[in-house]
Design a protein around this ligand. Structure first.
Ligand SMILES: C[S@@+](CC[C@H](N)C(=O)[O-])C[C@H]1O[C@@H](n2cnc3c(N)ncnc32)[C@H](O)[C@@H]1O
Length: 247
């Protein structure tokens, strides 16, 4: 049994809407220039990230999905600026959680996110083509509609809000709409703790015919955030354990 859309939306509807820029997506997901153009790419949740706008400017194709796109452009703008201040305050209060050789400083983080938010807001329009207002675990797309799907800073980050069943439902849905790979980053919560039920989740995904792999990412904002989960649709392997690459 999988979690319903309403229960997931209710549980995590209050998350910060962040504007992570393309450079950070490249590092989190090890994206190559060719991969960015290969498209179509799903960015879910897109938040206020200018990833889609920046990839389209290079000739690629991206659809961003987020329940926040139900807001008016004005409300979304207000919310994004509030959330940048919220995230910056969290960093200042928890300096030991972060890899400052990557981040620079809280001030550099704030500048980079403000700039990214401006890029997003210049491109954003709730048009249901580039920016789709929807929520996991129910996506309004055909099976295999995307070559690659990216899920940044939602799954595994908020285990106190999003339970095991909801994680499974979200990954099944992302995999349903993806032909090649789903990449999820990070695999730790906001305090840097690894997701406790990862191996159980991977075994259950294998039962649903989904192979998984933990791959190294380039970035490490928060200490311990240097891995992504990769999921692919494959053949059903009911009698076999999940494909686990030990490191
Ligand atoms: C921390 S932001 C990440 C945004 C972007 N990927 C980034 O890395 O900057 C988390 C986002 O998850 C969105 N969200 C909350 N519930 C969701 C759901 N059920 N399905 C998809 N997105 C959801 C929030 O609206 C918020 O924009």
């Amino acid at each position: 049994m999988v979690a319903g859309a309403a229960s997931v939306r209710q549980a995590i509807g209050s998350l910060v809407v962040t504007p992570r820029p393309l450079a950070e997506y490249r590092d989190m997901f090890r994206l190559t220039e060719a991969g960015l153009r290969a498209g179509p790419i799903l960015d879910c949740p897109g938040g206020a990230s200018p990833f889609g706008a920046q990839v389209r400017a290079r000739g690629g194709s991206v659809t961003s999905v987020d329940p926040a796109y139900r807001m008016s452009a004005e409300d979304l703008k207000r919310r994004v600026h509030q959330d940048i201040e919220h995230a910056a305050a969290w960093m200042r209060d928890h300096p030991d959680n972060f890899d400052w050789s990557y981040m620079g400083s809280p001030a550099a983080f704030t500048r980079s996110f403000r700039l990214a938010a401006e890029m997003f807001l210049m491109d954003y329009a709730p048009d249901d083509a580039r920016y789709v207002a929807a929520s996991l675990p129910r996506l309004p797309f055909e099976d295999g509609a995307f070559g690659l799907s990216l899920c940044s800073h939602l799954l595994f980050c908020y285990p106190e809000h999003l339970g095991y069943t909801a994680h499974l439902a979200c990954l099944l849905e992302l995999t349903r709409v993806t032909r090649h790979e789903v990449r999820v980053y990070p695999l730790v919560d906001t305090a840097g703790n690894p997701y406790a039920r990862m191996s159980e989740l991977r075994s259950e995904l294998a039962v649903h015919g989904i192979t998984t792999e933990v791959r190294r990412a380039h970035s490490q904002y928060v200490l311990g955030r240097d891995r992504m989960l990769v999921c692919r649709r494959g053949r059903t392997t009911r009698s076999r354990p999940a494909t686990v690459r030990k490191r």
